[in-house]
Design a protein around this ligand. Sequence first.
Ligand SMILES: NC(=O)c1ccc[n+]([C@@H]2O[C@H](COP(=O)([O-])OP(=O)(O)OC[C@H]3O[C@@H](n4cnc5c(N)ncnc54)[C@H](OP(=O)(O)O)[C@@H]3O)[C@@H](O)[C@H]2O)c1
Length: 256
Amino acid sequence: MSTGTSDTQRMAFVTGTSSGIGTALAMELIERGWEVVGVSRRPAPFLHARYTHMTFDLADLDVAIEGIQAYFDDRLPDPRWQRIGLVNNAADGSSMGPIENLIPDELRQVYTINTVAPTWLMGYFVRRCQSRTTLRIVNVSSGAAVRPFPGLATYGGSKAALRMAGMCFAAELESPLRSGGPRGDVTILSYEPGTVDTAMQVRARSTSDQDFPWVGLFRTLHSQGALRSPKDPAIEIANYLERDGHDRFTERRLGA
Ligand SMILES: NC(=O)c1ccc[n+]([C@@H]2O[C@H](COP(=O)([O-])OP(=O)(O)OC[C@H]3O[C@@H](n4cnc5c(N)ncnc54)[C@H](OP(=O)(O)O)[C@@H]3O)[C@@H](O)[C@H]2O)c1
């Protein structure tokens, strides 16, 4: 698929490019001719002339924001960008277990990575990009954002909050009262990738029954071969970034 633009007119910022869906997406976009910038604590497992990696811990938000702004402040308003993608993919799924056992520091960390950083990034990107630049935002969500799973209060709550932040942002963009003038083609997708064969799933099904009594769900999904390849969501997200004519806010729920 092509938007008919040259390679250097499309740039995407993908968080969490060191593994799983983020790696697959960065590689997919590079293959399609995009310039890609990624962020994670570990390096990305590939090198490419059109890929730039930032090494930040999104839980250390002030440092990460400073680094992201230092890189993007001058680049985002560059008039050569016809299309910019922001994919809030990085997430922490580690805080699993009964709500009465949750540790405040873990809660804070998960919400910082899964909710605070991506919500801030949405506002930062729309603020810095030229109003004529098409902006596509994808917030990688989860079935746990819309359905209550026992033991996933932290993760599900953080994803539900991000989903709603995207909906509120879309409503703001539709509102004539929004300051900053009218915005052109900015759309937001809250995307549920389904159950994907990544390190996050490995960690989930490796949790002890004692810490996470509901771990059987993840083990069953794996033993039934129900996991998708990360390449599948990568293609779906890349297609969304490249297409026009989206509603201001959309969400895709697999199986819905
Ligand atoms: N796999 C599934 O079945 C599934 C289902 C529903 C939704 N999702 C969502 O899909 C997205 C991608 O997850 P995945 O399955 O691909 O998992 P993954 O392989 O574990 O990838 C997570 C990515 O997030 C990055 N990340 C985590 N904490 C970070 C931090 N503090 N600072 C910077 N980067 C951080 C990781 O990089 P570093 O560790 O190097 O920092 C890694 O690149 C997540 O939003 C997840 O919630 C996955």
